[in-house]
Design a binder for this molecule. Structure first.
Ligand code: FDA
Length: 306
């Protein structure tokens, strides 16, 4: 099921046609407050009332026209201006391919620099896409981080290379969001079983906390809904003598909201990622692939409410 859904995420015909169906539009609302920046900001204001900071991401990836990259950068700049004006505790998270990485990498870096300047001192995050982009994205982050300290990078624990990527970035005082990974990848380069992906996640976080304790400057965000894993990392931090919780927890809007609240009540710094935009299809299919039971929820939208 996971493989099928990830294949559907990349299929051009489905990408053009499925989002037109009313029931898919209704189902996706579970994971995003709406398609517009205004709806995303309104959701952030509600989170502000609960004292929860947010991350915004505009959906869209693998552009074919460079003007679309410029338009995306402009839209992010407008969101950053709104964040600044309202004084929201909000960051943005951007995919390189939505800023034209497939077409003009120098321009992508230029866009990222402008976004980081506008957002400073808030962090601008670079999402990690499929493994075809890993090396390029790590290099892009190296270039950005040298001149824009308020930038961060997402790394994936299902990739075998991630430990060496962190080692490579360590001298730059990186800000890292650790996730498990959401794409279909070849077996040679990634861990396939859930057990291995989770074990690597924990090992990478433990190793980063050790680096932090040894005086390296780095920021760690756990981008996961796996509360057991979050607790294991917290247990390690405690046993290693950290005072408080030396990492953030980041979860997606609409997923495990009860756990988000619970962790907050226990003192974990929790941030919620709010996605918005019209190009939600591949992103939504990856959310279904993460938990195939979500497909049943989507199908239920076909039925009349009861
Ligand atoms: P796991 O899949 O083990 O789930 C843990 C628990 O959460 C389970 O109980 C599960 O049922 C529940 N859960 C997980 N996903 C769910 C869903 N969609 N619906 C309902 N319940 C769900 N990936 C990537 O490759 N590049 C990136 O840049 C990012 N960025 C990113 C940012 C943030 C803030 C988050 C939270 C996640 C990402 N991801 C990502 C996605 C990530 O790689 C991963 O696919 C998902 O987080 C699902 O894995 P979990 O870590 O939640 O664990």
């Amino acid at each position: 099921m996971r493989r099928l859904l990830l294949w559907m995420a990349g299929n051009g015909w489905l990408r053009r046609n499925l989002p037109r169906l009313w029931f898919t539009r209704r189902a996706v609302r579970r994971f995003m407050p709406g398609e517009t920046a205004e709806e995303a900001i309104a959701a952030a204001e509600k989170f502000r009332q609960q004292g929860t900071p947010v991350l915004f991401t505009l959906l869209g990836e693998n552009l074919t026209r460079i003007e679309d990259a410029d338009a995306h950068a402009q839209e992010y700049l407008e969101v950053i201006a709104e964040i600044n004006e309202r004084g929201l505790d909000a960051e943005i998270s951007v995919k390189p391919t939505q800023l034209g990485y497939d077409l003009d990498q120098t321009r992508t870096l230029g866009h990222l620099e402008r976004l980081a300047d506008a957002a400073a001192p808030r962090t601008v995050w670079i999402d990690m896409e499929s493994s075809a982009y890993t090396e390029g994205t790590v290099a892009l982050y190296e270039a950005l981080k040298r001149s824009r300290p308020n930038s961060g990078l997402c790394l994936q624990s299902y990739l075998k290379r991630t430990h060496s990527d962190i080692e490579r970035l360590l001298p730059l005082a990186p800000r890292i969001r650790m996730v498990k990974g959401a794409y279909a990848e070849p077996a040679e380069i990634c861990y396939r079983s859930r057990r291995e992906v989770d074990a690597n996640y924990l090992a990478l976080c433990v190793w980063m906390l050790d680096q932090l304790r040894n005086g390296h400057e780095l920021f760690l965000g756990l981008g996961t809904h796996d509360v057991d894993l979050v607790r294991q990392v917290a247990d390690y931090a405690r046993s290693a003598g950290f005072e408080g919780i030396p990492f953030d927890v980041e979860m997606l809007y609409g997923i495990r909201a009860d756990q988000q609240q619970r962790l907050k009540e226990e003192g974990f710094p929790v941030r919620v990622l709010i996605a918005y935009g019209r190009a939600w299809y591949p992103w939504y299919m990856r959310r279904l692939a993460e938990r195939p039971a979500n497909v049943i929820f989507a199908i239920r939208q076909l039925l009349p409410p009861w």
